[in-house]
Design a protein around this ligand. Structure first.
Ligand code: Z5A
Length: 203
């Protein structure tokens, strides 16, 4: 079972993820917990280039690098964990590319979907939790932190990414939208209600 967390930065994904991991582990499972971009030595090197550098990186290059890190993560970590029957919890996945490089930067969505399909060899999440939060609220939470290369974009960029996520979530199915203005404890309870039956179901 592949579970992904999505949302703009500061929406509380990492906080929710650590709470979910505790609950999944308390049930006796040994989940793979990972993130994008990164999660492997090669992927983390690409992450440093994408987020930690001041390099000028064109939107398509950015999308390709995100997918290069993703291909490594899916091949070397996620697919083997799923094959071993483990639950995988991933902080961001290909929906981030569609939201940021697609809706945010304006790249062609079908082209991005093709790149993501190649990078993941068609592996879709079973369940995606979207933490939805107004951009201003999210930015206020991160005010103390030095912004990385992408976080230096203006609010309009993140508004487009947020709108993109909400647009994608209209598809329903694997998508569950959580109101991220709620407290971290309430969010964890909401998310656990959605996940519990699935991760505790007998194999
Ligand atoms: N990116 C991309 O463009 N394309 C792609 O394909 C992929 C990624 C995969 C990755 O950043 C960047 O790469 C990201 C998208 C882009 N760029 N931006 N901008 P990252 O991995 O370094 O960071 P992030 O994913 O954006 O997450 P974050 O900034 O660490 O935020 P978060 O995980 O969503 O939130 P948090 O760390 O859990 O919480 C932030 C603060 O809010 C913290 O002080 C918490 O204590 C507080 N918090 C958390 N929950 C709550 C609630 N419920 N109420 C109040 N306060 C809360």
């Amino acid at each position: 079972m592949l579970i992904t967390l999505e949302g703009i930065e500061g929406s509380g994904k990492s906080t929710l993820l650590s709470g979910l991991v505790q609950r999944v582990e308390a049930g006796g499972a040994r989940p793979l917990v990972t993130y994008e971009p990164g999660g492997t030595p090669a992927g983390d090197a690409v992450r440093e280039l994408l987020l930690g550098s001041d390099l000028e990186i064109a939107p398509l290059t950015e999308a390709l690098l995100m997918n290069a890190a993703r291909a490594q993560l899916v091949t070397s970590q996620i697919r083997p964990a799923l094959a071993a029957g483990r639950v995988v919890l991933c902080d961001r996945y290909f929906d981030s590319t569609l939201a940021y490089q697609g809706y945010g930067r304006g790249l062609d969505i079908p082209t991005l979907r093709f790149l993501c399909l190649a990078a993941t060899s068609g592996l879709d999440p079973d369940l995606t939790l979207l933490l939805d939060l107004p951009v201003e609220r999210a930015r206020a939470r991160l005010r103390e932190r030095a912004p990385d290369r992408i976080e230096r974009e203006d609010a309009a960029f993140f508004e487009r990414a947020r709108r993109g996520y909400l647009e994608m979530a209209k598809a329903g199915g694997r998508w569950h939208v959580l109101d991220a203005t709620r407290s971290a404890g309430d969010l964890l309870d909401d998310a656990w209600t959605i996940l519990r039956a699935r991760v505790e179901a007998p194999a």
